[in-house]
Design a protein around this ligand. Structure first.
Ligand SMILES: *[C@@H]1O[C@H](CO)[C@@H](O)[C@H](O)[C@H]1NC(C)=O
Ligand SMILES: *[C@@H]1O[C@H](CO)[C@@H](O)[C@H](O)[C@H]1NC(C)=O
Length: 363
């Protein structure tokens, strides 16, 4: 009898569960286009916790319209007409219904007047510090990705400015907070490396033309680029067609940090056996002109692959042959030079890496 009474209720719960489960894209009001009531604002400052629909704000949070002037600085918003600014110690958070498993968070951020900023991105109980010292795109906005593993069906996503500036209103602007479920990549009989074509990766916000940064010091678990790690000081950039020229498929990696940004993966190998590491080196058609060089490492072998870039797209294939000396071989790629785009002379750029495969070959 009880079950009889409960059945419609349980059915309703199941329907609601399906309806709210998150699908890839912006979080609820993830672009902050829905704003506080005028009574919840003092100038640009948000004065109540639940003033921004779908979000909970704490600390010095500001609601910034595009074109807002601060001193002689004009603040521009990448998507829509509004963004938030996180001052000293400020935080925004939101609960999201998710499937268990790995997800990647993407958001756009721009520095304003502070130099050395750090954001603490967390999805309880995991967290990571994302440094924002270097601007990679010329308009000041960059998108960042960070991954986490959800153990339960609900995730509390928070972005927290842990910086301390003299001026509390000098924190970063945040816009377009999005999420994507990641599919775990597998090795195949054609490739001993996972996700060698980089097709699986973080969400790229539609209409953003500057790709997504995969931050440094990210271990496997927090890598939004499944299979790969960024083990150096600077980020690498994840780029997509149609905004960039991609050697094959729709996505690739641009090594924007010179020797300071290396991407790596460890493969299982058999000592004494011969292998071939093949990959594409190119340019993203983003005015990154001149001599670009990718260095590839595998086992004890190393190779320099020069690529003469006109900045208009294109690529070539390279092969590094080596004999494995261990049951685990670390494959690493980095860019020899630091390059900047010839159209703005300031944003970092570099060679594009794509289509990486490791296969066992006969001697
Ligand atoms: C980042 O935020 C999480 C969640 O609030 C917290 O547990 C962690 O200690 C913070 N890390 C730093 C370095 O502030
Ligand atoms: C992307 O740009 C197109 C054309 O300007 C616009 O119609 C669309 O709404 C934009 N999409 C997003 C998510 O901003």
């Amino acid at each position: 009898m009880l079950l009889h009474y409960l059945a419609p209720f349980l059915l309703l719960c199941a329907v609601v569960q399906v309806a709210v489960a998150f699908t890839d894209g912006l979080l609820s009001n993830g672009n902050f286009e829905l704003g506080p009531k005028p009574s919840d604002l003092k100038g640009t400052r948000v004065t109540s916790k639940h003033a921004i629909p779908a979000w909970e704000a704490s600390g010095f949070v500001e609601y910034i319209p595009s074109g807002h002037k601060q001193g002689d600085m004009l603040l521009v918003v990448p998507e829509g007409a509004f963004a938030v600014r996180l001052g000293n110690g400020a935080r925004i958070k939101q609960k999201v219904a998710v499937q268990k498993g790995r997800h990647s968070l993407t958001f756009s951020a721009a520095r304003t007047c502070a130099q050395d900023e750090k954001l603490n991105v967390s999805v309880t109980p995991e967290s990571g510090i994302l440094p924002m010292q270097t601007m990679y795109s010329s308009n000041g906005w960059d998108s960042y990705a960070w991954a986490f593993r959800a153990a339960v069906g609900e995730a509390e996503v928070a972005i927290h400015n842990v910086g301390r500036e003299d001026d509390p209103a000098c924190g970063p602007l945040i816009d377009s907070v999005a999420m994507k479920e990641l599919t775990p990549p597998r090795i195949t009989n054609k490739n001993l490396l996972k996700n060698g074509d980089f097709e699986e990766g973080p969400y790229i916000i539609p209409n953003t033309t500057w790709g997504v940064l995969i931050p440094p010091h990210i271990e496997d678990d927090h890598s939004p680029l499944p299979g790969w790690m960024v083990e150096s000081l600077k980020a690498v950039k994840y780029i997509n067609s149609p905004h960039f020229s991609i050697p094959r498929g729709n996505r690739a990696v641009e090594l924007v940090g010179g020797m300071e940004s290396a991407i790596s993966q460890i493969a299982r190998t058999i000592p004494g056996k011969s292998y071939a590491l093949t990959f594409s080196v190119g340019d993203a058609s983003n005015a990154c002109e001149g001599s670009l060089v990718i260095q590839a490492f595998a086992g004890k072998e190393k190779m320099h692959v020069p690529y003469d870039s006109k900045g208009k797209g294109g690529s070539k294939r390279a092969v590094l042959r080596f004999t494995a000396i261990s049951t685990r071989t670390r494959v690493v790629f980095l860019s020899t030079y630091y390059s900047t785009r010839s159209d703005d002379m300031s944003s970092l750029c570099g060679p594009v890496l794509d289509d990486v495969a490791l296969i066992s070959v006969r001697r």
